[in-house]
Design a protein around this ligand. Structure first.
Ligand code: GLY
Length: 311
């Protein structure tokens, strides 16, 4: 099979002035994942490598750029899944690791469980030799100026609007968030994989978990159906099992592009006009994407072709 990788840096609005930064980060992440595939690495290795690049980039709401919750703390969610044996691992509400996606992979490969949360997730990471870092190291980029303590209006920060999507009120301004990062890939053996990582929504209530670490919601991979990585309003995406639904649509014969557009229509119809985006690969290595925000920076490299990038 011709390998393929698709990477996104999150669907969102109101970041026209930052699109160039997101494009640069997504390009770097896509090349990192592609280099792994070129060297004969697995799809799982590739998506982990791509997502780690974005977790290390303070421009993205993941790892070192995570948005802050209502207690001014970082709580991150991440997942990985591979499509051969439906292997899956996730962490939720983890606070002191640089690369939650790699801890999620350890959950999948080195534990007998699927999801670890909060202190248990950090304890598991420590037990696996993952270095922990001060939470302050994870507060960078957009979070610093988005959530100045004097500007917080947290009592009303996380209210579900009539559309069912969360709007965080930060600095006196409504900010639709959703810079969750994700990557999907297929390697030369035909293995499909997905990795997703996020700091969640800005000003979220402590303990809130979004779609990103939940199987079939933030991501899904099944060699018989396809692979999906989602971004957007987690509360809404979960209601329609966004990623699994998209994979099922591919399994029923739709092209990835048709499936991406169809699942977005379903999200809009069944959850109010909630916002999100998705990238898809089917078992033939074809690609699709759709989003209903102003931007979703995403890029793809397949076979010997040049990378394309869209926002
Ligand atoms: N889609 C990311 C989140 O809602 O947490």
């Amino acid at each position: 099979m011709e390998p393929v990788i698709v990477v996104h840096g999150g669907a969102g609005n109101d970041f026209d002035e930052r699109v160039a930064e997101f494009r640069a980060g997504v390009e770097q992440a896509t090349h990192a994942g592609w280099d792994v595939l070129l060297r004969g690495g697995s799809a799982l290795d590739a998506v982990e490598a791509a997502v780690r690049v974005m977790e290390d980039d303070p421009n993205f709401d993941a790892g070192h750029g995570s948005f802050l919750n209502a207690n001014n703390e970082v709580e991150m969610d991440a997942m990985v899944m591979e499509g051969a044996r439906l292997g899956y691992g996730a962490v939720a509400g983890i606070q002191r690791v640089s690369n939650p996606v790699s801890t999620a992979r350890l959950v999948m490969e080195r534990s007998r469980h699927s999801i670890f949360v909060g202190a248990g997730a950090e304890q598991f990471a420590r037990s696996m030799g993952v270095p922990v870092c001060p939470m302050e190291e994870l507060v960078a980029g957009s979070s610093i100026h988005l959530l100045r303590p004097e500007d917080r209006i947290f009592d009303s920060a996380c209210s579900s609007d009539s559309a069912g999507s969360n709007t965080a009120t930060v600095g006196g301004q409504a900010s639709q968030t959703g810079d969750t990062v994700g990557a999907i890939a297929m390697d030369a053996s035909g293995l499909l994989a997905v990795a997703v990582s996020t700091g969640g929504t800005a000003g979220k209530m402590p303990g809130r978990v979004g779609d990103s670490p939940i199987i079939g919601c933030g991501g899904y991979a099944d060699n018989e159906l396809g692979a999906a990585a989602a971004t957007g309003s987690g509360e809404a995406l979960m209601k329609v099992m966004f990623s699994k639904t998209a994979c099922d649509l591919m399994g029923s014969g739709m092209s990835p592009q048709q499936a991406a557009e169809q699942v977005l229509r379903l999200l809009e119809r069944r959850t109010g006009p909630s916002q999100g985006g998705i990238v898809l690969i089917n078992p033939a290595g074809e690609v699709g994407s759709a989003f209903n925000t102003s931007h979703m920076v995403h890029a793809c490299i397949s076979g010997g072709k040049e990378m394309w990038i869209r926002d």
